[in-house]
Design a protein around this ligand. Structure first.
Ligand code: CTP
Ligand code: CA
Length: 227
């Protein structure tokens, strides 16, 4: 049931959400990627939509379906994701939930690479553009709220706090994806919201509930800024 007609705290607002992995081709049939279902990103886009936002949903090849009622921009590589985000600007807020591949293969083969007597392929890597850092560093075009994610396997708060400063974003949603938490690929998430005010641990809940809470925080922040 749609409750956003004519209202919602984010009506008239534009929010960009990145989601899913990126795929960096090695050859036409192989790629490098991070593990990401896209479930948390899809849930965030749906929650922002439910509060009335216009959502540009820039997604890599995720397994989770994109939500209805958002503008879906499907991409494959990190470079394409950056281009799509820049095209979607300006925005009031941007949430970077994608698991972007840190490296791409330079000189990806145009034809399928074959096994053979020539031995193992040598892959040369180059670092991908950092989409979150690039948007955080924008001037007039910078969204007033930029939110990054930090999936860590150890020293979560420490790494995520450093990441917030390094990237220049306003908030980091940090989570512990180490083995045994069951968060990677699961339906639940346990996150800590890191801002200039410090770290706030949220109780473990469904990815949908975490998304609703984050969307509400974004709405509160934007309306406070307007006052
Ligand atoms: N991110 C991005 N573009 C990249 C890499 C990361 O936009 N090329 C964003 C992610 O979407 C996430 C945040 O940056 O919101 C943190 O990603 P993460 O991989 O944890 O950060 P990195 O700086 O790549 O650090 P690490 O070495 O821990 O992977
Ligand atoms: Ca990374």
């Amino acid at each position: 049931i749609e409750t956003r007609l004519g209202g919602g705290p984010l009506s008239g607002r534009h929010v960009i959400v990145t989601s899913g992995p990126t795929h960096e081709p090695i050859d036409p049939v192989r790629y490098i990627a991070n593990r990401s279902s896209g479930a948390q990103g899809s849930a965030i886009a749906a929650a922002l939509r439910d509060l009335g936002a216009r959502v540009s949903f820039v997604t890599g090849p995720a397994t989770a379906a994109p939500p209805q009622g958002v503008d879906v921009i499907a991409v494959e590589t990190a470079q394409q994701m950056l281009d799509a985000v820049e095209t979607a600007l300006p925005a009031d807020a941007a949430v970077f939930a994608a698991a972007v591949a840190d490296w791409r293969v330079t000189g990806a083969a145009a034809q399928k690479m074959k096994k053979g007597p020539a031995g193992l392929p040598q892959l040369a890597l180059a670092e991908n553009p950092d989409i979150l850092a690039a948007v955080s560093a924008k001037g007039a075009d910078r969204p007033s709220l930029v939110v990054g994610f930090a999936a860590e396997t150890e020293n979560v708060i420490e790494h995520a706090t450093a990441k917030r400063l390094r990237k220049g974003c306003d908030w980091i949603v940090a989570n512990d994806v180490s083995e045994g938490t069951g968060i990677m690929g699961g339906t639940e998430n346990a996150v800590t919201l890191i801002s200039a005010d410090g770290a706030e641990a949220w109780p473990r809940d469904s990815k949908a509930a975490v998304a609703r809470k984050l969307a509400q925080r974004i709405a509160d922040h934007l309306s406070a800024g307007q006052a």
